[in-house]
Design a protein around this ligand. Structure first.
Ligand code: IMP
Ligand code: MG
Length: 188
């Protein structure tokens, strides 16, 4: 029999909305009078990107990048989707490349959560190879205690403790992305 996972709200939809609005204001001020491109990391950043970008009244376009990472999951079991949920290699693989060139652009890389830092380090290198005018990182969540590779994010929504969270785009085995609040998942 499946255990029903227990979900406990860590960040409510109101707290998230307030913070995302503040981040949007900061980005709007920093890039006033300039054009920007939001690059979302699939799939977790999709909801954050759409809420953030709609509050940035600048000349803006979107692109998306897809990566699959190993070594960043705290759950040492195979997930219900059949993915190997844990691996120590720390390998990041590109599953969807950018559609456009980032050369000379103001790039805001939008990510749901900054955990070990491996994913963003990989994507940052890939983006820097395009020689953008500027590259900044906006991460809704940060788990600093889990960091394995240093990474500088200019816009961080919330710093959270080392717990597995779902909702507002974040998944466990592809589920729970549609929850409006960010919840800690127990006995997944
Ligand atoms: P990093 O490479 O370890 O920094 O991992 C970043 C990626 O791991 C994120 O884009 C998420 O997809 C995933 N991740 C890390 N922690 C969590 C979590 O608590 N919930 C859901 N996904 C997570
Ligand atoms: Mg992700």
């Amino acid at each position: 029999m499946d255990l029903v996972p227990e979900l406990k709200v860590l960040l409510s939809r109101d707290q998230i909305a307030k913070r995302v609005a503040e981040m949007a204001q900061q980005i709007s001020a920093d890039f006033a009078g300039q054009s920007i491109i939001f690059v979302g990391v699939l799939k977790g950043a999709a909801i954050f990107l759409s809420d953030l970008a709609r509050q940035v009244p600048l000349d803006a376009t979107f692109d998306f990048i897809g990566v699959s990472s190993y070594g960043n999951r705290p759950i040492a079991a195979e997930d219900p989707a059949g993915h190997a949920a844990w691996d120590s290699s720390g390998e990041v693989r590109l599953t969807k490349d950018l559609d456009q060139s980032m050369t000379g652009r103001n790039v805001i890389l939008v990510e749901d959560i900054l955990d070990t830092g491996l994913t963003l380090n990989y994507i940052q290198k890939l983006l820097l190879a395009h020689q953008p005018k500027t590259l900044r990182i906006a991460a809704l969540l940060d788990k600093p205690s889990r960091r394995k590779q240093p990474i500088q994010a200019q816009y961080i929504g919330f710093s959270i403790p080392d717990a597995y969270v779902v909702g507002y785009g974040l998944d466990y085995a592809e589920k729970y992305r549609n929850l409006p609040d960010i919840c800690v998942i127990q006995n997944p």
